[in-house]
Design a protein around this ligand. Structure first.
Ligand code: 5GP
Length: 359
């Protein structure tokens, strides 16, 4: 896995609360012992387990929903998630999260996002660039002076605000308005996620249209369950990217391929949630052979016990791809990011300098 870890990588599909470290989850769970809310021994067993079943994965999401309800926890997990991605050479991270209200701790959707931003600012172990237009475009690829032989890592971070499929049209609109207000702090787009069996496409459409009219990028969880009509409606909407794309029929594939909408591929997540039967029949192969825009992502690195380097290793091993091919796969993802062209230019330079060292 070493060379996969050393490759520069871009993470474009990571849910904040699904990316929590196991150790943090355990610590937060312990704090709830005796409160009668959590069955600690059952949860401890699931947290310590490596190969969690689908049922256990959903139990973890329920647990996380109970644990990460205050500002300081949101700040903490944001900081840790960024540190974790940076530590495995993720040079650009688009982190997505659902802004939540929690009246009992005076949390509004806005204050939730502010807590996330506080987490971004509190990272000290790596350099985090998240404010648009303030970054010196030469900084990222000019080597910083090494201290004791150690060069500090740098990571660009951008945020996507997620609309949960349980939300109303008005709640979805609130999220989009918040995203617009927060653009100056690195919010670049909107995601539609949450239980794919819940809700109706027409509920979120006004908010998604508004987001696009206002210049925000949109990515949709698409085709996680067999719902042909919704998949078609989503592809007709022409989002900037889609996630998963597991249950597409022949006509959908044709439409997707001609539209060239980039697909965020989450291998471990798809296998674990059984939206694909097994890795060897994953649609990655078909899309890769068709040279369709693709990016490998983790989805929920904490919940699925994975990391981006592991996803690269799985793809390399399962689909017979070599180091150079994996490098190009990673490099191509620069073109699908939601950040502006200056960031893209910086990232191209990062990859160009690594390409030279590989010659
Ligand atoms: P959060 O938005 O709270 O930071 O991240 C966790 C949330 O992301 C989950 O509660 C769920 O709404 C959404 N999520 C995480 N993984 C998936 C996935 O694989 N599919 C869908 N549709 N939603 C997901």
């Amino acid at each position: 896995m070493e060379w996969c870890a050393s490759l520069p990588k871009l993470e474009l599909h990571a849910h904040l609360n699904g990316s929590i470290r196991d150790s943090t989850l355990l610590e937060l769970t312990k704090a709830f012992i005796g409160k009668g809310v959590i069955n600690f021994s059952e949860m401890e067993h699931i947290i310590r387990k490596y190969n969690r079943s689908l049922e256990e994965v959903f139990k973890l999401f329920d647990l996380i929903r109970i644990l990460t309800t205050d500002h300081s926890t949101v700040t903490r997990i944001t900081k840790e998630v960024i540190e974790d991605f940076a530590s495995e050479n993720v040079v650009y991270l688009e982190l997505r999260t659902t802004p939540k209200r929690n009246d009992s701790v005076e949390m509004s959707k806005r204050s939730y996002v502010e807590a996330v931003l506080k987490g971004l600012r509190s990272v000290t172990s790596v350099d985090v660039a998240f404010i648009p237009h303030c970054e010196d475009s030469d900084r990222i690829f000019t080597p910083l002076p090494a201290i004791n032989g150690h060069v500090r890592k740098r990571i660009f971070v951008r945020l996507l605000l997620s609309i949960d499929r349980r939300e109303t049209t008005e709640a979805a609109m609130e999220t989009v308005r918040l995203a617009l207000e927060m653009r100056q702090f690195g919010v670049v787009g909107i995601d539609l996620s949450g239980n794919p069996s819940i809700g109706d496409w027409t509920t979120y459409l006004p908010a998604l249209k508004f987001a696009r009219e206002q210049g925000l990028c949109v990515t949709l969880h698409c085709g996680e369950v067999p719902n042909s009509k919704e998949i078609k409606n989503m592809l007709d909407f022409r989002p900037q990217r889609i996630g998963h794309a597991c249950y597409l029929g022949d006509e959908h594939w044709r439409q997707l391929k001609s539209s060239k909408i980039p697909v965020e591929i989450c291998l471990t997540s798809n296998v674990r949630t059984m939206t694909v039967q097994s890795i060897d029949v994953h649609h990655f192969v078909d899309l890769y052979k068709a040279k369709h825009p693709l990016v490998l992502c983790t989805d929920d690195s904490g919940v699925f016990s994975t990391c981006l380097s592991k996803e690269y290793k799985i793809a390399a091993d399962s689909f017979g791809l070599g180091r150079r091919e994996m490098f190009e796969l990673s490099r191509n993802a620069v073109e699908y990011i939601f950040a502006d062209s200056r960031v893209k230019e910086d990232l191209r330079k990062v990859f160009n300098s690594v390409a030279k060292s590989m010659e």
